[in-house]
Ligand binder design. Sequence first.
Ligand SMILES: CC(C)(COP(=O)(O)OP(=O)(O)OC[C@H]1O[C@@H](n2cnc3c(N)ncnc32)[C@H](O)[C@@H]1OP(=O)(O)O)[C@@H](O)C(=O)NCCC(=O)NCCS
Length: 187
Amino acid sequence: MSSSLQHWRMFCRPISTGIGEVAVRPIMPDDADRARLFIEGLSGTSRYFRFLQALRSLPPAMLERFVRADQVTQMVLVGVVSVNGHENIVGEVRYAMNPDGESADFAIAVADAWHRRGVGTSLFLMLERIAVAAGITRFTGESFAVNSTFCNFAQAVGFRTWPDQSDRTCVRVEKRLGDGEVWLEPA
Ligand SMILES: CC(C)(COP(=O)(O)OP(=O)(O)OC[C@H]1O[C@@H](n2cnc3c(N)ncnc32)[C@H](O)[C@@H]1OP(=O)(O)O)[C@@H](O)C(=O)NCCC(=O)NCCS
């Protein structure tokens, strides 16, 4: 696995939006409280779509897994804004390597107040660069078929989508990585 994962600063840039700048960094184990607030602050619909189940908050073991990424087989980036010296998470994007060792499953959520400002796209593109540097060749994912926002988003960032044959309430998404120019100059 490429050591470039340790050099996340090469791949991450602040995101400019109309309502403030969002800094981007890997998630850390001490983000548990921030992550809990982020998840609990999502609308019920966004939380349901993100976790594919109805949850008000994550059970402790799930929250622990949410913030612990080994940054080799799993990579998680968070978008954060600082308010009165405190960081708030406003977006999260992650991949976890599939057992084939080549592809990775990805998931994303952006705080509702920050929707449609390019945060999701920017976070995704940064994660994609890291994945390519790590030798991952494909992103896979799934969503509820009714989640047309995510289907539009996925198509906008280059995924193909198709109905899940075994569960018609879901769609599968897939993107081949490394086909385009995805590198940034080192900071
Ligand atoms: C999907 C999600 C991450 C998109 O994040 P975002 O920051 O709002 O996305 P962006 O602003 O980067 O939008 C990129 C493109 O996605 C599409 N899109 C995003 N929101 C949309 C909406 N409400 N309606 C239609 N298309 C939409 C558009 O094509 C958009 O490009 P445009 O604004 O130039 O038209 C966000 O809606 C979200 O967190 N949803 C809840 C969690 C979820 O569904 N996760 C997926 C399962 S893991």
